[in-house]
Design a binder for this molecule. Sequence first.
Ligand SMILES: Nc1ncnc2c1ncn2[C@@H]1O[C@H](COP(=O)(O)OP(=O)(O)OP(=O)(O)O)[C@@H](O)[C@H]1O
Length: 229
Amino acid sequence: MTPEGSLLAAEGLCKTYGRTTALDDVEFSVHPGEVVAVMGPSGSGKSTLLHCLAGIIPPDSGTVRYGPHSLTGLSDARRSALRRTDFGFVFQFGRLVPELTALENVALPLRLNGTKRKEAERRAHEWLERLEADTVRGRRPGEISGGQGQRIAVARALVTRPRVVFADEPTGALDSLNGERVLTLLTDAARDTNAAVVLVTHEARVAAYSDREVVVRDGRVKDMQAGLL
Ligand SMILES: Nc1ncnc2c1ncn2[C@@H]1O[C@H](COP(=O)(O)OP(=O)(O)OP(=O)(O)O)[C@@H](O)[C@H]1O
């Protein structure tokens, strides 16, 4: 796939940790509304790719373009601001704030972006309903199940209406039924809002929820549907 019309595109990404090559001349792009599954064995470079794409870690060389912005050329402060407004994140273990209720957790990204409490909680409530987690809105993360926690994490990632959602093994800690429900809710919601999704996983079944799969092996990316494997 060419990066033409893409929302996020990386070229020539390289990243090493000491003697380990985590990314080796990687190209990657994703379009608005597209769900791309990033697959590959453990240690192949999937998380490093996701972190470089999201501007969390800088590559040693190469570029990441997000819309008109060169992420790699922005200051740390601008990159952080862009992450808060334009990107959403879901991790393997929700990473919810333990002291806050589910509703407060979902409202948090809006509050950090300056939205007033009442409006932030109204929108958080809507997303909790959509993610089928409204019944636990008053509970703290220690008082809910793993599946409920991941639904809350997805609601929190989507509440700001991000243009790109980065999900790193979002169902890795769930049983298959809960995992499938979370994936359905995540990808449906992202498609409805025309958000792009970069979905890192080593579970083959997750690919069924994606529009395209790429495979990372030894730091190199291969596009399955481009027939390069
Ligand atoms: N902070 C770090 N310091 C040193 N080496 C690292 C660091 N982060 C990643 N690596 C190494 O880079 C390589 C790629 O790691 P990465 O976490 O991107 O792989 P992955 O495909 O996401 O693996 P997994 O599926 O197990 O999460 C691995 O060899 C890993 O050990």
